[in-house]
Design a protein around this ligand. Structure first.
Ligand SMILES: CC(C)(COP(=O)(O)OP(=O)(O)OC[C@H]1O[C@@H](n2cnc3c(N)ncnc32)[C@H](O)[C@@H]1O)[C@@H](O)C(=O)NCCC(=O)NCCS
Ligand SMILES: Nc1ncnc2c1ncn2[C@@H]1O[C@H](COP(=O)(O)OP(=O)(O)OP(=O)(O)O)[C@@H](O)[C@H]1O
Length: 280
């Protein structure tokens, strides 16, 4: 696939920030992705395309090292207090994204999840602890302990999509997934990572696995619970078959027609790519 950058395994143990940037690049170039922005089309999106995503990634990329540094600086704080140290960095990074995209939300979810991973990596390395899928996910879970209760259950706020969908359906979205230590990624994606030999097919299979199970608030905000169910069932059907690229292209058309975009699963695909670079 033209333009698809490849993660250099030699970086895996040393640079979570660089891995995060490469994961975002790989995610957006990966084609065909149902309903999402990719190299062929903008899926269900009318306000975004590949050049906008590349501009957004260029704006976000320098922040990943800031998340790692913030983690190193907050290494000695108890996990529950450390989250407050990373949030201003996350918000500044979101602002850099919105400046680069003229106000379009291209990567809010990705910034949140990858920012937490980078912050966790900084905290662990500063304490001379080994980086692994298990240690990174446990650290993110510890950082986010109580987040869903504080920000979604108790606050009662309905300012963002995620806050509204929690009040309405009890979906905890990106916060819930982080608080669980990326349980969806650990349970449904990483164990099957090397089942596919071809790099691009491996990523597409991982995306299908995510779409089959993830309670993606992007899908619910665009198509209600029926939209979420539709995507989960379509992905499950493909996973139970000998799926080919043409099947993903057909699914792309169906999701685009229905205005459905699994943005949360795209974010978790990037998280999966970063984690897959580390030992279990
Ligand atoms: C928590 C955030 C994502 C709030 O957004 P919101 O309330 O709309 O939440 P919601 O979960 O619905 O979705 C946000 C985005 O996450 C992604 N997402 C949706 N569902 C899921 C899911 N199940 N799992 C993972 N990601 C998901 C989508 O891309 C979506 O657009 C975030 O914007 C925030 O609080 N930002 C402040 C910066 C910050 O705290 N950073 C800390 C670490 S960097
Ligand atoms: N390739 C991709 N294509 C589309 N969305 C993606 C992609 N990769 C990640 N995402 C995630 O999807 C989210 C954007 O989804 P969406 O545009 O549906 O949200 P929104 O802007 O809140 O809603 P709307 O467009 O309905 O106003 C981003 O936060 C981003 O993290």
């Amino acid at each position: 696939m033209p333009g698809l950058p490849v993660i250099n395994p030699a970086l895996a143990l040393t640079d979570t920030a660089l891995l995060s940037e490469q994961a975002l690049l790989q995610e957006v170039w990966l084609t065909p992705k149902p309903g999402l922005v990719d190299a062929s089309n903008s899926g269900a999106h009318r306000d975004m395309d590949l050049p906008l995503f590349l501009a957004s990634i260029a704006a976000i990329a320098p922040w990943f090292a800031q998340f790692v540094t913030a983690g190193q600086q907050a290494a000695e704080l108890p996990a529950m207090q450390a989250l407050a140290q990373v949030r201003p960095v996350g918000i500044a990074c979101e602002q850099a994204m919105f400046s680069a995209t003229a106000g379009v939300n291209s990567h809010k979810g990705g910034i949140f999840s990858l920012g937490l991973l980078c912050f966790a990596a900084g905290r662990l390395t500063q304490r001379a602890l080994p980086l692994s899928q298990a240690s990174l996910c446990a650290e993110v879970a510890a950082l986010c302990r109580g987040l869903v209760m504080r920000e979604l259950q108790q606050s009662g706020r309905q300012a963002t999509v995620g806050e509204r969908l929690y009040q309405r359906y009890g979906l905890s979205g990106a916060r819930g997934e982080a608080q669980s230590g990326f349980a969806t990624v650990r349970r449904y994606v990483l164990p099957y990572w090397y089942q596919e030999q071809d790099a691009s097919r491996r990523l597409l299979a991982a995306l299908l696995r995510l779409m089959a199970v993830n309670a993606d608030t992007n899908l619910v905000s665009r198509g209600g619970l029926a939209g979420l169910r539709y995507v989960q069932q379509s992905a499950r059907q493909l996973l139970n078959s000998d799926w080919q690229i043409a099947d993903l292209q057909a699914m792309d058309q169906q999701l685009t027609l229905r205005n459905l975009s699994p943005g949360g699963s795209a974010d978790l695909l990037a998280v999966s790519m970063v984690l897959a670079a580390f030992p279990a």
